[in-house]
Ligand binder design. Sequence first.
Ligand code: HMG
Ligand code: MG
Length: 312
Amino acid sequence: MKIPVESVKIVEVGPRDGLQNEKVTIPTEAKVEYITTLADAGLRVIEAGAFVSPKWVPQMADTADVYRNIPKDPGVEYPVLVPNMKGLERAIEAGVKSIAIFTAASETFNKRNINMTIEESFANYAPVVARALEERMRVRGYVSTAFGCPYEGDVPPEKVLEVCARLLDLRCYEVSVGDTIGVGTPTQVQGVIGMLLQVIPAGKLAMHFHDTRGTALANTLAALEMGIATFDASSGGLGGCPFAPGASGNLATEDLVYMLDKMAIETGVNLERLVAASSIVAPYLDHPLPGRYLQACTRGGLPFATKSTALQ
Ligand code: HMG
Ligand code: MG
């Protein structure tokens, strides 16, 4: 197997994608502790939350407080999701330096997720990105449902390419290509990436795999073979979109780091400290963390910290 990638950038999405989908409310101070420990583990990009409608996603309502209370590591970027100008204004007020905008490759999902058609989302985001760049923010783009839509089924790769290219035209520094409901397979992933690479350099692409059907690591390997070197992942394997029925957790960061470590591909992430970060949120959840590496640790007797010890 030939992998043309020596190091991988991991975009940790646990505090956002991970926690947005949980029924329970995680206290703000626990989120801050979680993000701080993720940074200690060596993650250099950590999505800290989302300035979305608190009516639509109440789990992200405390993002401003979370963001303000993170002891910022100068080597770490803490992006937040922004769906519109109101979200950007909230981000500016909180002192945010990096945002992510998000649209989709399928109309029905986009409408359910942000109440806009794809076309409307670009009209909405153009002034948002212009203003964010004036504020010297970094802007990342997301394309959801790139491998399948929970409402429409198959999604044409040509549509994925069109939406990715439009996000880059808006001056996003990178586009994250999302398998929102975890339906993709390695051959499909290589097909989509092959089409994207005809127009977009690999360095501007990230892959965002949800692991709903257990294909996320296989899809990651397929993407690595194509030269993709940026992957979104969620510590503990948390994650899912409240507007994508059936979607479950992201690729677990621990599983990704374990595989890359063993393949001698550099990530800069310390696996033991990463487990410590996941152990901070674990006691608050109403279910076990789904990540496979973590489950193996637990079976091997490596205990999660309890709520009281995690927050000391
Ligand atoms: P809307 O209801 O159409 O918004 O929602 P509106 O503009 O009509 O405003 C309605 C009310 O919401 C108004 O308040 C606004 O002020 C308020 P009212 O006058 O009724 O009191 N409002 C806001 N409040 C706070 N922050 C804001 C904001 N905007 C409006 N930013 C909207 C449209 C986009 C806001 C809504 O649909 C929304 O927040 N959607 C976000 C959904 C979401 O967070 N989804 C999960 C993240 S995406 C994801 O998980 C996929 C990803 O992981 C990749 C992948 O896996 O594929 C990224
Ligand atoms: Mg996601």
